[in-house]
Every structure is written in structure tokens, then in C-alpha cells.
Write a protein that binds this ligand. Sequence first.
Ligand code: ZN
Length: 274
Amino acid sequence: MPELPEVHTVSAALKPLLLDRTFVKIAVFREKLRYPLAPLLNPELLNQPVTDVRRRGRYIVIELANCHALVVHLGMTGVFRQAEPGEARRKHEHVIFHLDDGNELRFECTRRFSSIICCTLDAPGAEPECLAMLGVEPLDGAFTAAYLYGVLQRRKCPVKVALMDNAIVVGIGNIYAAETFFMAKINPTRLACDITRKECSALVRAAKKVLSAAIEAGGTTFSDYRQLDGSEGKFECELLVYGRKGQPCTRCGAPVRTVVQGGRTTFYCPKCQL
Ligand SMILES: [Zn+2]
């Protein structure tokens, strides 16, 4: 599933294509993805310049001059593709955005867990109401050791489950959580409320470092994720613990172990992550 760095990469690639452009037509080829697509046929979405494309958590917000916005979640397999006008439609291309410069932006999704929601914003740049439940951004100044310590104190679940809770901090998915705990040398199976202030500081530092490095590399390539131009993310070769079950720890040599937490596989080194 595309995580924060992948969504960040897609959002950054969409921005120059869409900014100041308008949709002259939005063609929809199926009834629904995760949610119905009929709201995309609203004429209010047409002929309005795109004023911003931004990421919030694992969502992409495409804002129009009239404060209408599209909120996109890529699900497991959602991909945007720039296509030549008139190019034959691929089987899983469900939405085609026709731009005023003649280009087409196509949304393809094989497993259809993705969503495109239409909403109106209270003001330019405002948070869409459907995203109001999201916690702080991990790369923002608001994600501090003091903040994390405050919320973890009240949680009795494993600390990794808490760090992946979008109501606490958004977009730290399974791969980057594993890497964060490895870098911070903290065992992800410990209880959230037992994590010290100093350890929170190490976790926050590690999360920011891991996510920034992954964004820099254009994300990690897995399953169906690709960048807008079809190229692959390059972070995979930098993963230090994720996906290395049974292999020697890259830091101490002990075999990497896995445990299932909250339905997800956690990779960690039982020897140097305390
Ligand atoms: Zn180790």
C-alpha cells in the first residue's frame, strides 16, 4: 500500500501538471471505487483553475479556485498516469480528467480500494472536513517528543500500533514504522505507556529521518506502486530491517524476527532493539 513518501511523491508530481489548469471534462467509467464516482460529474468542478495540490496524511487534495476540492486516496493500487489525448483507455482506467491544455490525467486502479471524494472547503487552503480526524503530520514541527510522550502515556497497546494510528500521527505505515523502530533501537512490541521521554525523542527523530530519506528517494517500490512516469521508487535498497526475516541484523548480526501486531507483520531485531 502506498505510504506517506509514495503519496508525497505522487502529489509533488501532479502539482506542476495541474496547477493553474482547469478540467474541461471529467469522464467516469464505473459507478464506484471505494465510494461512488457520480459526484465527479458535478459541473462545478469544470473550468475552475486548480489552485493547489497537496498531501495530507496519505491523501492528495486537489483544490480548485471555487473552493471545491477532490480528496484522493490511492488505496492499494491507485495510480495517476499522464496520457496522450485519444490514447486507448486501459481496462482499469476508471476516471479520465481532460485538461484545458489538451493533456489527459487518467486514474487507474486494479483492486478498486482507492477513493476520489468531492468536497467543498470553508476557505482557500482549509482542511477538508472528511480529513478532520487525522492527527499531526510526522514531518511538521507539531510532531515533537513532548507531543508523542503525552499521547503514548495514555495508551496500553504496543507502541508500534500507536505510532501507526492516524489519529496520533498520520502516514507512518508498516514499512516505515519498522525502519523507525530499528533506527531508534526500540523494541516495537513494548507497551506505548512504558516508552520514556528520551525514547520518544529518539522515535520522533528516527521517523522524520526515515520518511525524509524515503521522500528523497521517491518512495519504496512494492506491489503496484509506481511514480507518475512509471519509474520505480529507489528506497527499497535502503531498508535496514523490513522484509529481512531470518537474515542477520544489519547492525548486530542477530537474526531479524517477525511478530504480527494489529494484523501487520513487524520486523525487528530482538537483540539491539530494546
Ligand atoms: Zn540487531
